[in-house]
Design a protein around this ligand. Structure first.
Ligand code: ZN
Length: 220
């Protein structure tokens, strides 16, 4: 989706993964994937939007089911994404949330390559409520600001890539207790307005990246 952003680039393991997931999705009633941002060409930091999505191992999947046809470039620019969270941010919007949303997220979380999946806290709340007895996959599903139009997938370092360091695995358990409740605290839902403008982080430069990244940048 949004091809004009030019963020549809990923490592071969990520592209393979998404193709396999897309092929499996119809089995859980999800007609096909609308893939949002992956990485820029050659990866690396970007000026706006993401702290992650740099390694070619992250992808955003829209919470909108694929329509019944292959979308034109224009449709992929202009189609709006679906916000599945209620206006008060406390729960999903039952008018747009469906059992298939849970099934797609569960299918994704159960893939061995997936280490983490980010969703809005209201979505995590719905998953906790609707998951039933099979709950081990919920530990990978992490609450995060935003993520009400799409969910984010992070893959493990591909085998043999010894310069890739995996993040520590998420804490065990389904994460449906205190950890989730924190996201619905007043301080998180309604943070006080900052009195002075927040300090912006300086942009990341090539010099600050591992030397191996320069080789990627300069490769023809
Ligand atoms: Zn993302």
């Amino acid at each position: 989706m949004r091809l004009s952003r030019n963020r549809m680039w990923g490592t071969p393991p990520l592209v393979d993964f998404l193709e396999r997931l897309a092929a499996q999705a119809p089995r859980v009633g999800w007609p096909g994937l609308l893939v949002g941002d992956m990485s820029q060409p050659r990866g690396g930091p970007m000026l706006t939007g993401h702290a992650s999505h740099q390694l070619g191992l992250d992808a955003d999947i829209w919470l909108t089911p694929m329509p019944d046809h292959r979308m034109s470039r224009r449709e992929r620019e202009e189609t709006s994404a679906t916000d599945v969270v209620r206006a008060d941010r406390l729960d999903i919007d039952p008018r747009v949330w469906t059992p298939e949303h849970l099934k797609l997220i569960r299918l994704t979380a159960k893939q061995p390559e997936v280490t983490r999946l980010f969703v809005n806290p209201a979505i995590k709340k719905a998953l906790c409520r609707e998951a039933g007895g099979d709950r081990a996959w919920l530990s990978k599903v992490r609450p995060m600001y935003g993520h009400n139009y799409h969910y984010h997938i992070r893959l493990a370092c591909p085998a043999g890539q010894d310069q890739c360091d995996d993040q520590a695995p998420p804490p065990g358990g389904d994460g449906c207790g205190e950890e989730l409740a924190y996201w619905f605290s007043d301080a998180v839902l309604h943070p006080p307005k900052p009195t002075k403008p927040p300090k912006l982080k300086p942009p990341m430069t090539m010099a600050a990246l591992p030397a191996a990244c320069r080789a990627v940048l300069k490769a023809r």
